[in-house]
Design a protein around this ligand. Sequence first.
Ligand code: APR
Length: 232
Amino acid sequence: MQAPTGLLKPSSKVAVLTGAGVSAESGIPTFRSNGGYWNQHRFEDLATPEGFFSDPKFVWIWYEERRRAIAAARPNAGHEALAEMEKRVAAFTLITQNVDGLHDLAGSKNVIKLHGDIWTLRCLKCGRERVDRSELNDLPPFCACGGMLRPGVVWFGEMLPEGAMERATAAVRAADVLIVAGTSAQVYPAAGLITMARTVIEINPEATAFSDDATYSLRGTSAEILPQLLLD
Ligand code: APR
């Protein structure tokens, strides 16, 4: 699938919404597409406060497995194209549902992490947060204050980080174009951003509920199509 050319100009104001599909070509499983996490596990057991508190060790074993897999992964051509795009347009905001940090590793600067960050640990007792990329052997991990640590990610039913949706909404409303890459667009409030955009370029090998309304719905992978969108 060839992307239309000339969509992005140096004067463009661009917002991007990414999901797990953007990291698929870095070897990181998605959640709902083939082989995804929610095809093997119940999200209620792994990505809700109730699931965590009913078996913190079980949930931490899953998060630490993901941390190790992500630690071994590298950003792919899709991540790198977005980092390059940011340098070439007038305004750029990358809104991601991903917690893997691969956009940061690729060099993206203006990143809004709607669902938190798998490298951040937060103490349930004192609330202190720290970035810790080390291999966590004793699970669940504990804070120096004695409190149990949880992953610094947003679970189903939890509030998004303070101000994240406000900043994301402002960026999408101000943008000339919203690129939506690698998301099934099934989780709100993130998916709601798509209806706020004037021009939408969707990049996904599969159709989503938003494909029919997208200005351009490009059937293909993000590593293949995002580089094609760079200014020609
Ligand atoms: N390039 C682009 N898109 C891809 C690729 C690829 N190489 N491979 C798969 N996809 C698409 C799939 O077709 C699917 O539409 O990526 C999408 C991934 O959808 P999900 O697995 O539902 O992931 P996501 O949309 O990010 O989920 C949103 O749900 O479980 C929560 O917090 C979790 O942030 C996550 C949220």
